[in-house]
Ligand binder design. Structure first.
Ligand SMILES: Nc1ncnc2c1ncn2[C@@H]1O[C@H](COP(=O)(O)OP(=O)(O)OP(=O)(O)O)[C@@H](O)[C@H]1O
Ligand SMILES: [Mg+2]
Length: 244
């Protein structure tokens, strides 16, 4: 039962069906990759998991450790232990990354932490991830680079320590440095207490990540599944070679 389980999910956006019956289960301790050509519905799927109001789950279920969250509000999903990567870091004038992370932490945890307690937690996580402490004092409106945004995302993931994480890396245009931040960060976070679903069609990211299971989406449906060798094959032969 310890899994993020999606069963026959259909998702519509502006009354148009985009995701057409996707089933997928990420058990705790596993890393899965969701791949698929541009426009196949991966981000739509991720947004529906997050409970984004513009993405309507028209049928099917989303369950976390056996608890049905299909109709839950986004903050309830987060409280239940689901994390979704920020597509872009919010720009909030006068707010530091550190205070943003503390607000995010206290919003999803039963036990809020004081400024001092949170500071200690943040320091520890930054040390784990080899992030310069000065980074957390940066202001959110100060214009993070692509790599810094990724660093902030990995740090947020590590601080929130969710039971399940869904990371949509597709549109982020990762350069070599950002890629290394994500892959190193995820390698450190990977473990028996977290299930991770990474959405990507970057063969380099998947090569470094070596997911336990790979799912390929085309036109809103899962058309192929397999182990890491499937990602390698897509890297070499492209999506055309899969399920055609
Ligand atoms: N508001 C909308 N109304 C109708 N169709 C939409 C809307 N928004 C997105 N779509 C369509 O939904 C499909 C899936 O888009 P989605 O962003 O989920 O794809 P994706 O697999 O994440 O692609 P990429 O790899 O480029 O990130 C696309 O064909 C897109 O044009
Ligand atoms: Mg996308």
């Amino acid at each position: 039962m310890a899994s993020l389980k999606i069963d026959n999910l259909h998702v519509a956006r502006d009354a148009k069906e985009i995701v057409k019956g996707v089933s997928l289960e990420v058990k705790k301790g596993e890393v899965h990759a969701l791949m698929g050509p541009n426009g196949s519905g991966k981000s739509t799927f991720a947004n529906a998991l997050a409970g984004h109001p513009s993405y309507v789950a028209t049928s099917g279920t989303i369950a976390l450790d056996g608890r049905d969250l299909t109709a839950a509000a986004p903050h309830e999903r987060a409280k239940a232990g689901l994390f979704l990567s920020m597509q872009s870091t919010p720009e909030i004038p006068g707010v530091t990354l550190s205070s943003f992370l503390r607000t995010a932490f206290n919003a999803v945890k039963e036990q809020p932490l004081s400024v001092l307690e949170f500071h200690a937690l943040l320091q520890a996580r930054m040390e784990d991830l080899k992030i310069d402490p000065a980074f957390a004092r940066r202001h959110l409106n100060a214009g993070f680079s692509g790599g810094e945004k990724k660093r902030a995302e990995v740090l947020q993931l590590s601080v929130l320590d969710p039971a399940y994480a869904v990371l949509d890396e597709t549109d982020s245009g990762l350069d070599v440095d950002a890629l290394k931040i994500v892959t190193d960060g995820l390698a450190r976070l990977r473990g028996p207490n977290i299930g991770i679903l990474v959405i990507s069609h970057n063969p380099k990211l998947l090569e470094a990540l070596r997911p336990d299971r790979v799912h390929v989406m085309k036109d809103g449906k899962i058309v192929a599944e397999g182990g890491n060798e499937l990602a390698e094959r897509i890297g070499k032969e492209g999506y055309e070679a899969i399920a055609n």
